[in-house]
Write a protein that binds this ligand. Sequence first.
Ligand SMILES: Nc1ncnc2c1ncn2[C@@H]1O[C@H](COP(=O)(O)OP(=O)(O)OP(=O)(O)O)[C@@H](O)[C@H]1O
Length: 647
Amino acid sequence: MYAGDETGGLVIDTGHFSTKAGYAGDDCPKCILPSVVTEDPALLVGHGDDDDDDDDGGGGGRFGLAHGRGSAAAAAEAASTGRFAGRRGGLTRSADRLIVGDAALMRPRPGQRIRGPLLDGSVQDWDALEALWRAAAVELRMDPAESPLLLTEPVTLADPQRERYLETAMEGLGAPATYLLRSPVASAFGAGLPTATVVDLGYQHSRSTCVVDGFALQRTVQQHPWGQQALDLLSVALMRDAVAGTQPRPDHAQLTPTGRPGHDPAAVSPEAARDAFDAGDIAPRYAVSRSPPRRGSGFTPSTSSSSSSSSSSSSGGGGGDAGVRSYVTGMAATAHPSYHAYMLASLGREFRESVAQVTPVPFSPEMVVVDPVTFVLPDGTSLEVGAARALLTETLFAPEAVRPLVRGGEQEILARMTREAGWAHGAAGLAAWGQGVDVSTGVLRRESDGPRGLAAAPEQTSSSSSSASSAAAGDASPTDGGAAAGGGTSRHGSAMSSADPIHEGLGGRDPAAVYRFGRRMRVLMRASSTTGAVEDTVPAPMALHQAVSMSMMSADADSRKALSSNILLCGGGSLLPGIATRVQSELAATLTGAFRPRVVSGLAAERQFSAWLGGSITASLGTFQQLWISKQEYDEEGPGIVDRRCG
Ligand SMILES: Nc1ncnc2c1ncn2[C@@H]1O[C@H](COP(=O)(O)OP(=O)(O)OP(=O)(O)O)[C@@H](O)[C@H]1O
């Protein structure tokens, strides 16, 4: 047992997009860092300055942290003393070469690669993870060796990774006591709900998990294959198409360029022109510099630099920017492809956060009117965004909707960005699906791989065959909802079939019926596609509300009622305007009368920081203090203690 004098400590919630850190007992995190790190090229080639602990990176100092060039000295010392060597000899001080924080991303350094610690729900880079945690402690002016550390962990983290998570905290950071809290449990605690269906609309995934009496039920984890990151990339693809003049399909999804200020060709370096802006590529913010506004030009910084305006006028952007010259800098030519892709995705995020909305009923261009808004690209190009505002988010509820959008030139940029940035699953899946790859089972399968199911993982084969048989026997064709339903297998292998008890909770309906919105969208898209019929060779992935229903129905029957009346929407994606209403109405239509779905969504900060908040509350409870894993216990029992102590 940890014998600290006071309750409290440091709480860190590490996400795929951002890492939130703060003091236990507070109601919001004090420090939010992007969950990416970059390498300092100077350190990599051995140019570190040995006696300087606090220059350059701005984060050096007391704790010998990840930012400073001077950390090289600490690295050398640690390597010689072996102080940080883990049980597998795995933990090295290479984390000290990493730079963390927004400032490091402001401008590209030649050859500087961007790395993220988490990918697809597991840790891919332990050095990056440790560097992030250290940087968070520095921001909070805390010594991680003197404060207990509560870490939230992705619910999908496998056991060996959980142990290493603990090991990194105990040995890498030297924490005196640590506890790992599964993030859906933390979110449920944050909302004061010991039992809840936690729907986390995160960056890489949208995931539903049932928490019953404070325990996350692994078998109930279901996920929609893409999260906000995929929508960001889709936004980039739409913007690029608009700028390049190749309009996306269908017609109503298009963005209309309404004005573009003149470029000064002399300011465009040949390299930048070649590498970054060929083929109508759009320029991310770092690659554009703006000359000061000229007097009397009509330019106001708030118009041009803001990412969007709420005006429905199409004249605002282009006209207002007259006289402003945008310069494409040569930086794009030297930036690492991962940096360029990251910054493009950031532009997509700005776009999505500014314009996206969720309609209360399934979107159709004939029936739902969406007010157009203007989005201004960094180079001053104005885009009028109409129905695409709703279509973007409709992909969560009717994944079919996105198919026509990823079949044109857009798939090329999606594929390129995901390749260059090393992104997986959700975002890559979006591009892959457009290219005829089945993403519904979590196994990427190309059409050229042969008949459906051949490339499926063993535990997923049943899903594929159930899909095939349901399609063969049922009302739905393989290309209709039945195939989509058959593809509804989570990465944990809970396959859908009409004999499955899960479907009893869906009112015994044919699974295909649950996909009615997807079907409707496809018919709609087919009608409006400029290229004629949409090929339906691969099934649509599961819709978000479908994932939530399946998650609830995978829990024990006696908890389902409580789970359906406490559906907690959280994660940054839950801030999309209108999403709570839509989730509520889709679930009400999907679940039968015995269940009365009730979506709980608190204040914006509570939704966005729910996992961190739950960690903060937990760590400050007097009754929790006996649960800390102390250094002594860790030394005696090893990292395996995490399984026994942390659920
Ligand atoms: N006001 C907003 N409107 C729409 N989206 C938003 C808003 N604020 C933040 N987001 C989005 O929320 C996402 C980040 O959510 P969150 O903080 O839950 O991610 P994370 O926890 O790091 O990711 P994950 O849950 O995948 O690990 C980003 O994509 C961001 O664009």
